[in-house]
Design a protein around this ligand. Structure first.
Ligand code: SAM
Length: 219
């Protein structure tokens, strides 16, 4: 963890420039991001917040699918923001960035005013209490009936996936990643107030199984 209290996208600041390349090569990115997009099903006019947005790859996909949606990308790291803003300009889409931690209030989106929240590959990097406070923030931001779509490493049920996930644990630290591997995410979702949570898909990758969860804030 750096002095600002977060782990950079690839674990070390000097590796951030390689992030997109590594994720594409190591995580079957197109498969799991497409599943996130299908699960999210973004629509024009919606307010969508991406917590820990990183270099904006998911946000760009969301805006291409639903150009009329408002996409607010939150990330504490100004370096990924620069990359994300450059990519969004090149893709011809508008993404509003906010440099902040995922558990901080989102200045331009009030409580109970987001239609959907996404958070991908963030929670496994965060200490347990931060995972919880990011999910609490997602719950707070969502309108009643709003949906949360998460993609991250969860349980690793086979020896092969456990071995693959070890690479992530070495990069991002054993302590925060181990909570994910032990199945903390569904419990945290329930503790934050989400009533209906389900695992939509689990994608085997070279870095372990990436799970996609959907949770709804009940009306
Ligand atoms: C592995 S990257 C994932 C980026 C992006 N969501 C994606 O799918 O490619 C993790 C991101 O989480 C951000 N991050 C780390 N700690 C955070 C926190 N407490 N709140 C919000 N974002 C955080 C990092 O700056 C980094 O950009």
């Amino acid at each position: 963890m750096n002095n600002a209290g977060y782990i950079p996208a690839l674990g070390r600041r000097e590796w951030t420039g390689m992030y997109d390349w590594v994720i594409a090569a190591m995580t079957r990115e197109r498969v799991w991001r497409s599943l996130v997009l299908t699960t999210l099903n973004p629509r024009g006019g919606e307010v969508i917040v991406d917590l820990g947005a990183g270099t904006g790859s998911l946000g760009i996909m969301i805006k291409k699918r639903a150009p009329g949606a408002r996409l607010v990308a939150v990330d504490p790291d100004p370096e990924v923001r620069l990359i994300g803003e450059r990519k969004a300009r090149a893709a011809g889409v508008e993404i509003e960035y906010q440099t902040a931690m995922g558990d901080a209030p989102v200045g331009s989106v009030g409580a109970a005013s987001a239609d959907a929240v996404t958070c991908s590959l963030v929670l496994h990097q965060c200490p347990l209490e931060t995972k919880q406070s990011i999910l609490e923030n997602a719950f707070r931001l969502l309108k009643p009936g709003g949906r949360l779509v998460l993609a991250d490493y969860g349980e690793q049920p086979t020896p092969l996936m456990r071995m693959a996930f070890w690479l992530v644990q070495m990069t991002d630290g054993f302590e925060p990643t181990e909570h994910n591997r032990r199945g903390a995410i569904p419990q945290l979702l329930l503790a934050c107030g989400f009533k209906r949570t389900e695992i939509v898909e689990r994608v085997p990758t070279l870095t372990g199984l990436i799970s996609i969860w959907r949770a709804t804030k009940e009306v």
